[in-house]
Write a protein that binds this ligand. Structure first.
Ligand code: ACO
Length: 315
């Protein structure tokens, strides 16, 4: 399969570190030096489904495809306003798709997990075109009194259209199951039968452990997808790393020994938008004209689960 179109959409509300200083015990200096984040887009009066719809429509237009051309929608999402149906069905209805819709909850590597699932559908000949939409609102998961988590995240949606072809050369997905590192409990209504304690808890994260996992797992994944394709780290034109923390991206870059200009970033004005991070970065770089045909792109992402994934794409 190959990527034939990209799109993205962001909430209009921009929250700067200075805005956060007004109600949190934090500083612009702390946030910038520990994360590289200056501001983030945060849902206000939009709905996440509208961002997903807009990203999907832009990707379809970019690909020159109509809704009826799409054989499968894969939607990567952790939380949204609906418990059911899946966000993919809501977006499909909004853009006039009539194909099967599958939602996946694979946290930050969800985009690459979706590529892996799509790859299998292409390989058995079940699809000709697949729409992947990653739509996330982590700002609705964190407590805005918890300075250790809420400063890190931003909302948004990114989408790609995949078609038959040779572009995506290698995909690797993996897990080191360890749910206690990043987790959240949703609030539940009591029933007449439940006797255990159930309490809604906002997003919890063991930041340092996640940091270490992210750098180690990403470097391992990247080397594995490159080895599968018979390539070395210097053969890659651009490393498209999940935008979780600039220091994580820098840790991966220095361990690989690759120059800075091969690591495009947008975390400074996006924060971590979970699985939407990689397709938003891809769309922004593409629209800036960064890629030329034949460029080799490596995607790598890591997050709750703990899940990890990487992919090698020839543009
Ligand atoms: N402002 C000021 N001080 C803060 C803030 C803040 N926003 N947040 C935490 N601190 C304080 C802490 O309370 C702590 O104070 P103490 O020393 O008095 O206890 C001090 O700063 C240092 O905290 P650490 O957690 O040790 O700081 P660290 O350098 O590890 O950075 C961070 C924390 C940014 C969370 C880092 O660990 C990180 O980025 N980890 C990876 C997280 C990640 O990538 N998560 C996303 C992947 S999964 C997903 O997307 C769901």
């Amino acid at each position: 399969m190959k990527i034939i179109g990209t799109g993205s959409a962001l909430p209009k509300k921009v929250v700067t570190n200075g805005d956060l200083e007004s109600f949190l015990d934090t500083t612009d200096d702390w946030i910038v030096s520990r994360t590289g984040i200056h501001s983030r887009h945060v849902i206000s009066d939009e709905r996440l489904e509208d961002l997903g719809r807009d990203a999907a429509l832009k990707a379809l237009a970019d690909a020159g495809q109509k809704p009826e051309d799409i054989d499968l929608l894969l939607c990567s999402n952790v939380v949204n306003e609906y418990m059911t149906p899946g966000l993919g069905c809501i977006i499909a209805a909004a853009i006039g798709l009539h194909c099967p819709c599958i939602d996946i909850n694979c946290a930050c590597p969800g985009f690459i997990y979706a590529l892996d699932i799509a790859d299998s559908y292409f390989k058995v000949g079940k699809v000709k075109n697949v729409l992947v939409v990653c739509a996330e609102e982590p700002s609705r998961m964190t407590s805005w009194q918890d300075r250790a988590t809420c400063v890190l995240f931003g909302d948004g949606a990114g989408a790609v259209v995949l078609s038959e072809g040779e572009g995506v050369r290698s995909v690797r997905i993996g897990a080191r199951p360890d749910p206690d590192k990043i987790w959240q409990f949703r609030p539940l209504e009591p029933t007449p039968f439940v006797t255990k304690t159930e309490t809604g808890v906002p997003l919890q994260m063991q930041g340092r452990e996640v940091f270490r996992f992210a750098v180690t797992a990403s470097v391992e994944d990247i080397k594995a997808v490159l080895a599968e394709a018979g390539l070395g780290v210097q053969d890659v034109d651009y490393y498209m790393i999940h935008q979780a923390n600039l220091r994580i991206v820098e840790g991966i870059r220095t361990r690989l020994g690759v120059p800075e200009d091969k690591f495009p970033t947008n975390i400074a004005d996006h924060g971590n938008s979970s699985s939407a991070s990689c397709p938003i970065l891809l769309d922004e770089c593409k629209r800036k004209g960064l890629f030329k045909p034949g460029d080799k792109l490596v995607f790598s992402a890591f997050g709750a689960g703990l899940l990890t994934a990487a992919a090698l794409v020839e543009w």
